[in-house]
Design a protein around this ligand. Structure first.
Ligand code: SF4
Length: 385
């Protein structure tokens, strides 16, 4: 698992009074002088360091001749995965955070930790704090992300807590990254407000999808899972409003002890009432955040719900709904699920078990969340031989 944030060894003194900063990294020593002032040079190789860059990040253990020490921040080896065109933030108190990795298709920008749901398995537990600096940081980061980026996500918390400022961010992203496919994770409740759904649609982004969770066809179960009364009703109205305005919507269902039994009924509910959604994603549980705290009431070995998963995929596919099964080890699903199976776990938090070593289908398998492996994932892992 990659270390996405942490402390630097020593922060460059010239940056110490300037507040949090966002940098686009370069490993190109021959970058034209006119461009150097916009980039931070990442010292990954021994030798003489080029001059004229806005800042320098010097990786521990690299024997380099530092030319501008006051502008040089020293990083531990855990950040040796940083590369050309990555975007990072550096704070006054010496914390560094990866915002964007140019060699990955799994980049999501966290916009806030605030949320009006309080889901039992939330991987990013909500906080009641003003963290609007994350939104401002996102505006800056978008300007630094390479234009050829294929896909980018916005996540939270609940990104729509910013209202019209969130819409402005979508506009801004459309302008700076017009060819980038954009995916937003939202609980969908804000879109129950028809005028907000309309504003969202007026961005007219050419490739935008919003992923919205519905956990059960039973409103009481959904509201229990998200710990918010009336959430089911608002979420479904949100989905209807978005589709009324021609927006692309993905329904996301996280599978665990509280949701797996009702999965076939939920598939039927979606097929009958929300047939026009663009995709349904059936997702394995990530053992992090609240999921870890509530693990006893949530955890179930995927092998135990494989038949409900098969049935849900069958129902949704029969109705012609695009269906994807995310975050599941391949050997823990029935073979009739394979057409919907996606090797999906983000590259920075994906691992395989010791039992996987001889498996002939490792390349097709998404493996496990690192957090799941640490907690003892399943007794039923069975390598394909
Ligand atoms: S044994 Fe193979 S299919 Fe099962 S989790 Fe490991 S790599 Fe995936």
């Amino acid at each position: 698992m990659l270390t996405l944030s942490g402390r630097v060894i020593k922060r460059g003194s010239s940056a110490e009074t300037s507040g949090p900063r966002i940098y686009s990294l370069s490993t190109q020593a021959s970058l034209p002088a006119a461009l150097r002032g916009k980039k931070a040079f990442l010292i990954k190789e021994a030798g003489l360091v080029p001059t004229g860059f806005k800042h320098y990040f010097h990786l521990e253990g690299v024997n380099a001749t530092i030319t501008e020490p006051e502008k040089t921040t020293r990083l531990g080896k855990e950040f040796s995965y940083f590369g050309n065109d990555d975007v990072v933030s550096l704070t006054d108190d010496g914390r560094i955070r990866s915002i964007f990795r140019a060699d990955s298709d799994h980049n999501s920008i966290l916009l806030t930790e605030q949320c009006n749901n309080y889901c039992l398995m939330c991987s990013q537990p909500p906080k009641r704090v003003d963290d609007s600096w994350l939104l401002r940081e996102a505006f800056d980061a978008i300007r630094l992300i390479p234009r050829e980026t294929k896909v980018l996500g916005f996540t939270g918390g609940e990104p729509t807590v910013y209202g019209e400022d969130f819409i402005k961010l979508l506009d801004h992203t459309k302008n700076w990254l017009p060819n980038t496919s954009l995916h937003v994770l939202s609980n969908g409740r804000s879109f129950a407000d028809q005028s907000f759904a309309h504003s969202y649609s007026k961005v007219e982004h050419p490739d935008l999808m919003v992923g919205i969770p519905i956990y059960s066809a039973d409103p009481a179960v959904h509201d229990y899972v998200v710990q918010a009364q009336g959430a089911f009703d608002e979420t479904v109205r949100g989905v209807l409003n978005l589709k009324r305005f021609g927006q692309r919507v993905e329904i996301r269902v996280v599978l665990h002890k509280q949701t797996y039994k009702g999965l076939p009924e939920l598939a039927t509910f979606i097929a009958r009432n929300l047939l026009f959604v663009d995709q349904v994603a059936l997702m394995g549980l990530e053992h992090t955040g609240f999921a870890r705290a509530n693990i006893d009431s949530l955890w179930i070995d995927p092998i135990e719900y494989k038949d409900q998963l098969s049935e849900a995929v069958r129902i949704l596919s029969t109705y012609g709904i695009q269906t994807a099964v995310y975050n599941h080890p391949l050997c823990l699903v029935n073979s009739d699920v394979y057409p919907a199976y996606v090797k999906s776990i983000s590259d920075w938090k994906n691992e395989y078990a010791i039992e996987c070593a001889p498996c002939t289908k490792k390349n097709e398998c998404g493996g496990f969340f690192s957090s799941g492996i640490q907690n003892g994932y399943s007794q039923s892992i069975k390598p394909f031989i």
